[in-house]
Design a binder for this molecule. Sequence first.
Ligand code: ADP
Ligand code: MG
Length: 378
Amino acid sequence: MRLREEFNGSIPPTSEYKLQLGDFLNEGGTSFVFLGEKLYKGDMHQTVVVKLAKTIEEITSARAKEYVKSHPDIFSDEARSLLKAEYSSYVVKLYDRGDFRGRPYLVMEYLPQWHYPNLEERLAYEAENIKSVDMSPRSRLSIMWKIASALQSVKCYIFNHRDLKPSNILFTYSEGRVRMCDFQTAISDNEEDWYDGVSFGSSVYSSPEEIRNAVRGAGKRLPTPKDSSGLYLERVGSNADLYALGLVFARISNPLIPVTSFPSHADKCDERAFYESVDGILGKLPDYSAHVRGIADFPGLPNRIKNDCIGSCKDVVKRICGKCITFDSVPSHFGRGRFESLGEIMTKLQDAVFAIDLHDHFKSAYQNPPDQNSKPGP
Ligand SMILES: Nc1ncnc2c1ncn2[C@@H]1O[C@H](COP(=O)(O)OP(=O)(O)O)[C@@H](O)[C@H]1O
Ligand SMILES: [Mg+2]
């Protein structure tokens, strides 16, 4: 790739190390992402990721072009957020930043992904190979739990990610590590930012309140609930990301749900149309209680335990998604309100995983009863 050759031929070494670009890894809306190597004096080196900004001509999305025109140093906000979250084990680490011939770049921790560069590509693979992908309900619930913990961690350092979607979630399927990336639109908890319309991350995953603000404010950054023309904007609170989280969970639970069936921007302005789309999604979510129903036949277990076990798994993803994918962040006249925080979601996921473990434990105990005649070990 020409960009790599130019970069490697002309980046002057810093006092500490020389940066070399390696294989091309992936691209996002505004960047090319490469493997890189920091070469220190002697034979010390470190594998990193280099995220290089695209030029305006290289960006395809009109919204992203607009954003980059008004933010030439596009990675400065992202770098600030990454530094803020530097102690989170769920956020990619930022090592350095620089500029290559007018292209800002970030040098970051490399999260090896093996076959799938991000969760989006893994889900796309699953959708195409659903018959051969063997993932248990427990694995799917555990991935959801890890993503919820990652978002919880992000929330401790930053306020809203605002561009949560599978392509911004890095996941190693071998070790089950999750990292969040792409903090270009993340904002802190300054009250004036709560009313900001969507900067450019306006995707199908954006919360309805962000989209409605963007429509009302026509993409303008409006610092207060009421701008000079008298427009009222809705508060975009910390649970705006939970909208996206619900959609991510729906896809993890059933990768065959097409993104095109998600509520559109128009639906996000019309509550009835919105809930028609949402009900379509909720209707396609599997019921994991089928996995643990057999516990009812295990003799000797109190009914309360059996009922709790089945109850924790009964429609667990549907219950979570139904309280994430909502029109308003507070209960509206359709009576559906969003979770206020991640705590309740994480507890529900944990309870379901625990119920599956309990079921599997008793199942194997009944199938392999201890041998009465075996001698006790030393
Ligand atoms: N630290 C990283 N380790 C491994 N892959 C990464 C890393 N950061 C980004 N990527 C890859 O690059 C893609 C684009 O990165 P992202 O930060 O989302 O760019 P953009 O802001 O342009 O959307 C990601 O979906 C992922 O596949
Ligand atoms: Mg991205």
